[in-house]
Design a protein around this ligand. Structure first.
Ligand SMILES: C[S@@+](CC[C@H](N)C(=O)[O-])C[C@H]1O[C@@H](n2cnc3c(N)ncnc32)[C@H](O)[C@@H]1O
Length: 714
């Protein structure tokens, strides 16, 4: 970020109001008036420019996102089958391979963080003391109140920081004045438009022949006219008494979709999908917010330093910054910097990481504890892994996995730079878990997704996401979430939690995935995320009904909170995965349940090792003989019946079984081999798995060998 570039203050916005609709774009005279009697909200960056008049959609190019964020765009085309496709990582995390200039390309944002009235009860001024303010102002009293978290001393260091910031604050004042002048002008324009509408029904819809014309024919239209029509259409959709004679709501909605797609450059498919998430008015605010970058944020690495020390050091280097809000004790929002944030001595020393504010949220929801075993299933480039490590104070053990080897290298880089010592990096498809390892206290699944929450960062999402993506991605996410659940130890003394997150706002990738998990795994419950802000997940959406507990999930939108679009759900595992549950990859869960859950299912799961053809007979289990083999086969058949939902006891029984149809010999042998609750055996099994050997959890389902009869392994 160079001199003169500033970002709008991060924080919780005021409620959405009428003025949103006619708010001018960042390059047009801008104005937004908050509720009457309140301070005006600033919305524009360069308010002096004339309205843009360029063909669409080219003219709608979004400013490039902050370059240092990540290398995710390169992954957009990765193959789904490889499990390493479009993840549109929202994290804005610095990747050592691509980091050059921490803030290059960041411009003053025009985004006035628009909110929805429905949030107002969740967000109080205590939590977000700056929420009533607009662009950063110089009211140091207000700023003082919420600048540092309670755990930090309010001493004279703060005054020094404020003094060091004074230059930036004075520039902010100048900017505010300029914006307010433009605001007045915009208000006049708006008033004129309102008068027109009030006096007459706006002529919006065209003749039938033009209505069916493809969206591209709108490209040549004047942008300002298009925008005005959008505003008018939203007014009509808000109040259908303004509609022209004989015109239906769906016609106006269709017109709005066309105009949104033309104005902002979305494919009709994605435009429709996103429009459906909101009221027309809020949708407009969402599309608008996607046109401006989110604030640049750094996360203090508390393994190396404290936020206050870091802030001091950076301010001395000419960085204008502030804490991002009381909800985080480690985030700093950068307003302006005369030095590249990805190359400061503090950066190189691992004192901070560039990370979007929304990326803090899943880790905060996960709430990892010291000395736990945690799995980060899709971890690269490691923003969340390193945050987890910091919260765990480098104790316990984090398995940070990513299926993309290249990205995993970036993860390793960040782990080293930030001084993280409790991480083991793995490179599996997460679908392989818990076969690789299980029994975790907590699992984070920050899933690969379509990236519809980070369009401001990657505008290609507007056009490159197809219907097929919204089938394939949710399918993968559903498989991954089952793997995540099955990897958790339901008997964990400190945890037993799973957090699912995406940087997408679509229901297919969020509520539907969560509902799928709840349907397939009755042994999990949705629980509070513990996050202090965010909108509730959908309980109903376009005729689909979800569990009322879906309200416990949290949605984040750029227009509502000035953060990337995000979704966070937290589950508690309350019991072992049922034996007949189908795991990730569609396999029987005998291959996919965690070790501790296997213990709980000892009575009904056949975990007897079946040696593959060609294996030698010198297994731990000794030689097999016909008689012994027959017992195993019988038991396998019983388990197969159970998986089909049949009662094996009701089926004709074979010889050599104990009472209740349970073969006591086999039970005893299974226990002694697998060690039951023995941690030692657990560890040994896990290390075998990691070494590519067959561990206790790797035993193939007996049904797979159903055709094998008689002598098998001699
Ligand atoms: C949203 S990004 C993760 C960002 C990361 N959690 C962070 O905070 O830095 C999604 C990641 O999922 C990885 N991925 C995609 N498919 C996967 C799979 N089947 N198993 C494991 N990782 C996968 C991608 O390579 C990508 O790094």
């Amino acid at each position: 970020m160079g001199q003169g570039r500033r970002m709008k203050k991060q924080g919780v916005p005021p409620p959405l109001d009428e003025s949103l609709v006619t708010r001018k774009r960042k390059d047009a005279p801008a104005a937004q008036v908050e509720e009457r009697g309140k301070k005006r909200k600033v919305v524009g960056k360069d308010t002096s420019k004339a309205p843009r008049k360029a063909p669409l959609p080219k003219a709608r190019k979004v400013k490039p996102p902050p370059p240092p964020s990540d290398d995710d765009s390169s992954d957009e085309d990765l193959d789904l089958a490889n499990g390493a496709f479009s993840d549109a990582d929202s994290d804005g995390i610095d990747d050592p391979d691509v980091m050059e200039d921490g803030l290059g390309g960041v411009n003053v944002t025009s985004l006035d963080a628009l909110g929805s009235a429905s949030d107002s009860d969740e967000l109080d001024d205590d939590e977000f003391p700056d929420s009533g303010s607009d662009v950063v102002d110089s009211d140091t009293e207000v700023r003082k109140a919420g600048m540092w978290s309670e755990d930090e001393d309010e001493d004279d260091v703060e005054e020094k920081l404020t003094a060091a910031n004074i230059e930036g604050l004075s520039r902010k004042l100048d900017m505010q004045q300029a914006i307010e002048d433009a605001q007045a002008q915009a208000e006049l324009e708006e008033a004129a438009m309102q008068t027109n509408i009030a006096g007459d029904k706006p002529k919006i819809l065209e003749g039938d022949e033009e209505e069916d014309a493809p969206i591209t024919t709108l490209a040549a239209q004047d942008l300002q006219l298009l925008r005005t029509r959008l505003s008018d259409t939203i007014r009509v959709l808000d109040d259908m008494s303004l509609a022209e004679e004989g015109r239906s709501r769906s016609e106006y909605r269709a017109q709005m979709l066309k105009d949104i797609c033309a104005y902002y450059g979305y494919s009709e498919y994605l435009g429709d999908k996103l429009l459906s998430l909101f009221s027309p008015r809020e949708a407009f605010a969402f599309f608008e917010a996607n046109e401006t970058p989110r604030p640049v944020v750094i996360r203090t690495n508390t393994l190396r330093t404290h936020r206050r020390e870091l802030a001091q050091a950076l301010i001395q280097r000419g960085v204008q910054l502030e804490p991002i809000g009381k909800w985080s004790k480690v985030g700093l929002q950068i307003f302006e910097s005369s030095v590249p944030l990805g190359a400061t001595p503090e950066y190189l020393a691992g004192n901070y990481i560039l990370q979007a504010a929304s990326s803090f949220l899943p880790v905060m929801a996960l709430a990892p504890q010291e000395n736990e075993r945690v799995l980060d299933m899709a971890a690269a480039p490691g923003g969340k892994t390193t945050h987890i490590a910091a919260l765990m104070k480098n104790t316990g053990c984090i398995f940070a996995n990513d299926s993309n080897k290249q990205r995993a290298k970036g993860l390793i880089g960040n782990v080293h730079r930030l001084g993280v010592k409790n991480v083991i990096v793995c490179n599996y498809s997460a679908l392989e878990f818990p076969k690789v390892l299980g029994g975790f206290d907590r699992v984070l699944l920050d899933a690969p997704c379509s990236g519809t929450g980070v369009i401001a960062k990657d505008a290609s999402v507007k056009t490159n996401k197809t219907e097929a993506d919204f089938i394939k991605l949710p399918h993968l996410q559903k498989q991954l979430i089952l793997a995540a659940i099955d990897s958790v130890d339901s008997k964990s003394k400190t945890g037993g939690y799973i957090v699912y997150s995406t940087c997408s706002v679509t229901v297919e990738e969020n509520e539907q995935v969560v509902q799928y998990a709840l349907n397939k795994r009755p042994n999990v419950r949705l629980v509070e995320t513990g996050l202090t802000f965010g909108k509730e997940g959908f309980v109903n959406y376009m005729g689909k009904k979800f569990t009322p507990h879906m309200k416990l999930t949290r949605r984040y939108y750029p227009h509502a909170f000035n953060v990337d679009g995000f979704f966070v759900a937290k589950f508690k595992k309350i019991g072992p995965t049922p034996p007949n549950a189908v795991g990730a990859n569609g396999t029987s869960n005998q291959n996919g349940i965690s070790h501790s859950d296997q213990q709980a299912q000892e009575e009904i799961i056949d975990r007897t090792p079946i040696v593959e053809d060609g294996d030698k007979s010198d297994s731990d289990f000794g030689d097999w003989d016909d008689e012994e083999d027959a017992k195993y086969m019988e038991r396998a058949e019983r388990n197969q019946l159970r998986r089909k939902g049949k009662n094996p006891k009701a089926e004709p029984r074979k010889d050599k079984q104990g009472q209740n149809g349970v073969d006591k010999d086999v039970e005893t042998k299974t226990r002694s081999v697998d060690g039951e609750s023995s941690k030692k055996a657990d560890r040994s099994a896990k290390s075998n798995s990691l070494n590519g050997k067959v561990g206790a959890a790797d035993v193939k389902p007996a049904t797979r060998n159903g055709g094998r009869k008689g002598k098998s392994k001699k």
